[in-house]
Structure formats: C-alpha cells, structure tokens
Design a protein around this ligand. Structure first.
Ligand SMILES: [Zn+2]
Length: 222
C-alpha cells in the first residue's frame, strides 16, 4: 500500500506540475487544495460540520468539506492549518484510492482529532488507515523530508542505534510538523513508515517515541 500511495502521489504531482510548474519546488501543503480541484475535479469548501468531525467528502456532488468550526473543539495549541491540511489530504486519499467503493455511499465515516472513527465494517477501518497513509505520503514526500535538519538528525540516530528520550524526539516531530504544516501525529506516522522511529502507546492515550534500529530487510522507500 505504501508503494501504491507513493506511485499515485508521483502521478498526481506530475499532472499538476505540468499545469502549474510553479508548484514543483513547493511543499505539498501549499498546493493541496489546487491538487484536489485541478487534478481530481472536486471543490474544496469550508462548512460547519458536527463537533469533532474534521472533514467530509461528498462523492456525489464532488465537494470536499472541511470543518470551519475546528477551534470550538480542538486544543488551543493545535495548529488549525496543520489539522485542515492533514484532514483534506486524508480525503484526497479516499478520492485517489477509494472512489469506486465510495461513489455508492453518500458520505463517509466521521473522523475525530484523536484518530477515532466510527466504522460500519472492517473494510471501513481499512479505508481509514489507507487514507491516513496516503495523507502522510502526499504531504511529506521523502525528497523534502531528507532536506530537513531535524529529519537528518533522527536518521543519524537511527543509523547509529542511539538511545534518545521520547520528549526530545517529540520536539523534533513537532518542529517538522510545523514546517510541513501537518499535524504532529501525521509527522509521527511518516517517521514510523520510513522506519526511523517506533512508538509505544501509553496508558494516558499518548505515545512514547523511541529510535528504531535499522533492519537489514527494510527498504524504507518513501
Ligand atoms: Zn476517512
């Protein structure tokens, strides 16, 4: 699935760059809405959704809505731009990966900021996971990630098999999330997918991060 998402992202980028060459050197958060509109033919619009719901993709009217009332239910410190980008990229993932499955449904499941989703069946859950992965692959391509000092540091620790405390890693994850205008949890996912960090769930619902040591069979293609 990772390779499929990366391939699709590259196709989408190529299509968009051909139309708008100025995007080629920009981070994907800058042209996410343009990609949804221009390449996929969906409108993007703000709308007051249910409290807790981040975004919504209407496949019949071809509109992606994002919640214009996010500040009413998210933590004050949360970057709203990062949350909107991550939510829209998740919906883009559904458009790119699940259009055939979704077209027969009017809307999709609800998403909550803590990753909770209401599901109807097992495939719903899978689709949510796939859309999250797509969002991460789309918003943080490897070629941009490796240019970042913080990411280079984490990679170095990973190669050196260094022990690093979780708060120190979280600090870098938050910094990278700010730079890419995504949520920290999306950035954490990226660093886990490339195989540089691992995380352990904690009783309070949070995660403890640690450096993941290199494994010979891991290709880490991003
Ligand atoms: Zn979804």
């Amino acid at each position: 699935m990772l390779a499929r998402c990366a391939r699709d992202r590259d196709d989408l980028f190529a299509e968009l760059y051909a139309l708008r060459p100025q995007f080629a050197e920009q981070r994907p958060s800058k042209f996410l809405k343009a990609a949804i509109r221009t390449v996929c033919g969906f409108r993007v619009a703000p709308r007051v959704l249910f409290p807790g719901q981040l975004a919504l993709c209407d496949f019949q009217s071809k509109i992606v809505y994002y919640n214009s009332n996010l500040e009413s239910f998210v933590n004050q410190k949360t970057s709203l731009a990062g949350l909107v980008n991550s939510s829209l990229a998740h919906e883009l993932g559904h458009i790119r990966l699940h259009t055939d499955e979704m077209e027969s449904r009017h809307t999709e499941s609800y998403h909550f900021p803590d990753g909770r989703v209401t599901h109807v069946d097992n495939r719903d859950f899978q689709r949510e996971q796939e859309a999250d992965l797509y969002a991460a692959v789309f918003l943080v391509p490897g070629r941009f990630l490796v240019q970042e000092k913080s990411a280079q540091q984490i990679y170095k620790w990973h190669k050196e098999r260094k022990w690093v405390k979780s708060p120190q890693l979280w600090k870098l994850v938050y910094g990278l999330a700010r730079d890419f205008e995504v949520t920290p949890s999306l950035m954490r996912r990226c660093l886990m997918e490339v195989g540089w960090i691992a995380c352990d769930p904690m009783p309070n619902g949070g995660y403890r991060l640690r450096i993941r040591y290199p494994e010979p069979d891991f290709d880490g293609e991003w």
